[in-house]
Ligand binder design. Structure first.
Ligand code: F6P
Length: 341
């Protein structure tokens, strides 16, 4: 059997560990051949396919990023996208494909399965927002990076008696904000799932100052204030000429400074959360997912995704994993409210 492997969407630490697990077991245990599909679904669409064998995966376990490249290309948005993916399968003799990705990449995989294309999914993303799996790899590394940043920000915030706002990734789900905020002892944590009240945030900030402690506010990039509280003061154009609002972190620091009369600054962690070497947990999870994904191909159990449930790796339908975003439960969020302010 010849198996294609692709990595799609935003990269994350652990992708190379997953590729290595797939190829090592696929070649050494199942006797499969592999090809690498370049840059996510773009390679499947354009026939950008490279050799992939055991020597190619040597030494990649601790490396961040992905040796196969990634993109956010959606083949279903192209003319005859499904037909072109089929052509790539035929041209390179691919019998099956393992798609390693987040919601979007796996959503395409689910749709292609409906067209008779043989795909197995592996969930990854720093955001941890793929349904059906307790964790995705990449998340633990991102949380560790954000936690270290928060630890460092505490000492400089205290020295200058100012509020420091830390903006972390997470457009639709606040998992990184919640986990790193709790691990780093933040005083306020704001997530996309729950619109926040700026007055309440400022009250928490003031409260911290009263006990001579400089507040740390962790805000997910997708968090929004309650309706009517955001007056956009600052816009700029991005490289495509689209209007881009300044990030929520920057907006919030200005707002806190205006309302409390005390200094506030913002740190946007951005892609630092996605780059570099994976944590030990992410290496383990990615490797385990990789081993189970190639077994899934061997069993011809297409249309499924490997997932972590408790301490078990299970298979679930791709359709189930892509039906909804896994967001933070409001009850879980409010349980940690005792640490706010
Ligand atoms: O989905 C992963 C993620 O890192 C999100 O947290 C973030 O919003 C987005 O990707 C950023 O994507 P880009 O690679 O386009 O900057």
């Amino acid at each position: 059997m010849r198996v294609g492997v692709l990595t799609g969407g935003g990269d994350c630490p652990g992708l190379n560990a997953a590729i290595r697990g797939i190829v090592r077991k696929g070649v050494e245990v199942h006797g499969f051949e592999f090809v690498g599909v370049r840059d996510g679904w773009r390679g499947a669409l354009e026939g950008a396919v490279v050799p992939l064998d055991v020597p190619a995966v040597r030494g990649i376990l601790p490396r961040g990023g992905t040796i196969l490249g990634s993109s956010r290309t959606n083949p279903l948005a192209s003319d005859d996208g499904v037909g072109r993916v089929r052509e790539t399968f035929a041209e390179y003799g691919m019998d099956a494909l393992i798609a390693i990705g987040g919601e979007d990449t796996l959503g395409v995989a689910a749709a292609l399965v409906g067209e008779g294309i043989q795909v197995v999914g592996v969930p990854k993303t720093i955001d941890n927002d793929v349904a059906g799996t307790d964790y995705t790899f990449g998340f633990d590394t991102a949380v560790n990076i954000a936690t270290e940043a928060i630890d460092r920000l505490h000492t400089t915030a205290e020295s200058h008696t100012r509020t420091l706002v830390v903006e972390v990734m997470g457009r639709h789900a606040g998992w990184i904000a919640l986990h790193s905020g709790i691990a780093g002892g933040a005083n306020v944590i704001l997530i996309p799932e729950q619109p926040f009240d700026v007055d309440q945030v400022c009250a928490w900030v003031e409260n911290r100052f009263k006990i001579r402690y400089a507040p740390i506010v962790v805000v997910a990039e997708g968090a929004v204030p309650k309706q009517g509280q955001m007056v956009v003061k600052d816009t700029s154009l991005d490289e495509f000429g689209h209007v881009r609002l300044s990030g929520i972190g920057e907006w919030l620091a200005h707002e806190i400074a205006d309302r409390t009369g005390k200094e506030a600054r913002t740190t946007v962690l951005g892609h630092i959360q996605r780059g570099g070497t994976p944590s030990a947990f992410d290496r383990w999870l990615a490797t385990h997912f990789g081993l189970r994904a190639i077994d899934t191909v061997k069993d011809r159990d297409f249309g499924t995704m490997v997932a972590l449930r408790g301490t078990d790796i299970v298979r679930i339908p791709l359709a189930e994993a892509t039906a909804a975003t896994k967001t933070v439960d409001p009850a879980l969020y409010s349980e940690f409210g005792v640490f706010f302010g």
